[in-house]
Design a protein around this ligand. Sequence first.
Ligand SMILES: NC(=O)c1ccc[n+]([C@@H]2O[C@H](COP(=O)([O-])OP(=O)(O)OC[C@H]3O[C@@H](n4cnc5c(N)ncnc54)[C@H](OP(=O)(O)O)[C@@H]3O)[C@@H](O)[C@H]2O)c1
Length: 340
Amino acid sequence: MRKIKAIVYGVGAMNAIITRMMLEKGVEIVGAISRSPEKVGKDLGELTGLGNSLGVAVSDDPAAVLSLGADIAVIAINSYMEEAQQQLRLCAEHGVNAVTLSEEAIYPWDTSPQITQELDSIAKRSGVTLTGSGHQDTYWVNMVRLLMGTAHRIESVTGQASWNVDDYGPEVAKDQQVGASREAFEQWLSSSSRPPTFGRNILDGLVASLGLTPISVTTATKPVITEQSLPAKSLGITVPAGAVAGFTDIDEIQTREGMRLTFEMTGRVYREGEADINHWRIEGEPALELDNGAVPTQITTCSQLVNRIPDVINAPPGFVTVEKLPLLSYRPLNLENYLS
Ligand SMILES: NC(=O)c1ccc[n+]([C@@H]2O[C@H](COP(=O)([O-])OP(=O)(O)OC[C@H]3O[C@@H](n4cnc5c(N)ncnc54)[C@H](OP(=O)(O)O)[C@@H]3O)[C@@H](O)[C@H]2O)c1
């Protein structure tokens, strides 16, 4: 049985961990793509801190790398479909399956319908699958769906989660407005070009999986203002007291059938000793609760994406979102053993 061949698309914080995990699960890395002149030409092993050369030079020519022939590209570059479509389209056009960490890709059908439809068509023509995975896959979508599956009647579903911006790269910290003044934050918030919240896509996926019809969708966003100066490692800055350390989104969908779904998600720079949370409460018959204690989101982001690789390769062509994939499984063997 031959190994799965993968391309690492984006050589940042997440794909450094994903590279190690793929190698440990028997995946052969045939190419790597990044952007900055400091990375292009260097060996992927060196750039991802593996301490040994992988014989894979990082390239800034996606078309050339994607033409090498791979089963899948793992993309960790950006968050929103507006930008992510570029990499996803290139993968599909080159006949390469792709799994991305872009948060909106977890369920983009309602927030970016045109882009998603177009990518779906290209993927179907090329016979490949495009999927968004990452921390949301199980912790915010599929584990919540399983819990809901143990209820007889549900009136409301309420989730609360937080994650540490400093566990990720500078792209994430910039998106979370870390270091912005209160005024700059308010200006950004009121700008008409603000992308969808991560929580909105989660709730859209949950609602779609239940076959319910949304009648109202609301989002409220509030900044997290630091009271004392706070080091933000990923940006290499100190956020002064009174400035933004991240923000909280509260998304809510009311459905025609009566069920209300709410998700409060905070992404901010932590102080020493703080930990991520993931807590969900279901009101109905019976009332149910899920609490994951201190959640290691950085690792579960990458492990879920890697464990999804066989599912994405096995899936039918198109843009296939995670609520349509099999339940995520632990992969004790090399990943090629799970190909159908
Ligand atoms: N779904 C989830 O659970 C989850 C969890 C964590 C992160 N994320 C998302 O995943 C993305 C990456 O996170 P990260 O922490 O790895 O960020 P990061 O460290 O900033 O890495 C992003 C990398 O993308 C590369 N890049 C940017 N534009 C590119 C392009 N056009 N072509 C090729 N490479 C390009 C950059 O390369 P250069 O350095 O060469 O410029 C950079 O190294 C973020 O948007 C984040 O929000 C999702």
